[in-house]
Ligand binder design. Structure first.
Ligand code: NDP
Length: 308
């Protein structure tokens, strides 16, 4: 068996086209949705993420801006910026790019973002709403995965889903969303015993650990659907050949760049047993950005009491 790839780029583009139509309708009513990304310090990956988010916003007609603050900013300095953005009527979504420098109280900052503008869905109020299945803003990566599964026709009701990783950003909220879709959900983490055996029970296996290529065919029941959330940079030629040795295009790309992006799933090993799986890059990543755009428009509508 060779797994079929789930095309996250195409699904992300379809969602963005729908968001652009929504933005157009709002603009006709004189409403321009606005997103502000707050970037602290010089974290290179964060800069790229924020740049991509701002670029995607512009493409869809969302007014977006980037606030760059020095790495030395204090918690109270950052709180003042968040407060100012909370007050501004032209800002519908506030996104504080993580990670924040160690001296900043990240939890306090995320709590300070108005829940109505919390397009990352990290505020405790939105976490609580997710938990009880009430209307609210949901974290982008998990809700993107759900949307991808729905649009790919992957059934969830009554199935066994195993999520490896229990972070507040990915694993935990995704498990809750799958539960609301009536999957029977198991959450695994670094202390889970017999992890391969637990994973092999899954109809749907989600890997979100940040461990390159860890999930091999030993973890996958034949015919399972596998979603790979991890994004890891690998530059050792031997490891890259192990992951992508059967894929000349990927090997050529590695020769050019000197590194390869790999998920938490071992692609060469798992594609022999899974029925469908998501690639890295081009799987979950594009959905995260598409759902951020969608959340911004959703926030703009919710704040004005419009139907979402
Ligand atoms: P965290 O580091 O916050 O969480 C990792 C989780 O994986 C923890 O719960 C940890 O367990 C668990 N874990 C770590 N090692 C193992 C192991 N050997 N066996 C079982 N479980 C393990 O990561 P995030 O959730 O923030 O991100 C996970 C991955 O997803 C990263 O590669 C990240 O880059 C990527 N990511 C991708 C996004 C996208 O848009 N595609 C968006 C967000 C993240 P414990 O709790 O016990 O420590």
């Amino acid at each position: 068996m060779t797994a079929e790839w789930i095309d996250g780029v195409a699904i992300g583009e379809a969602i963005k086209a729908e968001v652009a139509r929504d933005v157009e309708i709002l603009r006709e009513r004189g409403i321009v949705p606005g997103l502000t990304a707050v970037l602290v310090g010089e974290h290179p990956a964060s800069k790229i993420y924020v740049r991509n988010k701002v670029k995607a916003s512009h493409q869809l007609g969302i007014r977006s801006e980037q606030r760059e603050l020095d790495a030395s900013v204090t918690s109270s300095g950052l709180l003042r910026v968040v407060d100012e953005l909370n007050q501004r009527d032209d800002v519908d979504g506030i996104l504080v790019q993580l990670p924040l420098p160690g001296h900043v109280d990240a939890k306090a900052i995320l709590r300070a973002v108005s829940p109505d503008k919390d397009v990352d869905g990290f505020h405790p109020l939105n976490v609580g709403r997710l938990c009880i299945g009430a209307e609210g803003l949901r974290p982008c990566t998990p809700v993107g995965i759900l949307e991808m599964l729905r649009r790919s026709g992957v059934p969830l009701q009554g199935t066994r889903a195993v999520v490896v990783g229990r972070s507040d950003i990915v694993g935990k909220p995704l498990a809750l969303l799958l539960l609301h879709q009536h999957a029977t959900v198991t959450i695994c983490h670094s202390r889970t015993r017999n992890l391969p055996q637990v994973c092999r029970e899954a109809d749907l296996l989600v890997a979100a650990m940040g461990k390159p290529g860890m999930i091999t065919s030993d973890y996958v029941r034949p015919g399972a659907v596998v979603v790979d959330v991890g994004i890891n940079r690998v530059s050792e030629a031997e490891r890259v050949a192990d992951y992508f040795g059967d894929d000349p295009a990927r090997m050529e790309d590695f020769q050019k760049k000197g590194y390869a992006l790999v998920g938490d799933v071992h692609p060469r090993s798992v594609k022999r047993v899974a029925s469908r799986m998501t690639p890295v890059p081009g799987g979950v990543g594009p959905l995260t950005i598409a759902m951020l755009m969608s959340n911004t428009v959703r926030a703009a509508k919710l704040r004005r009491g419009l139907q979402v």
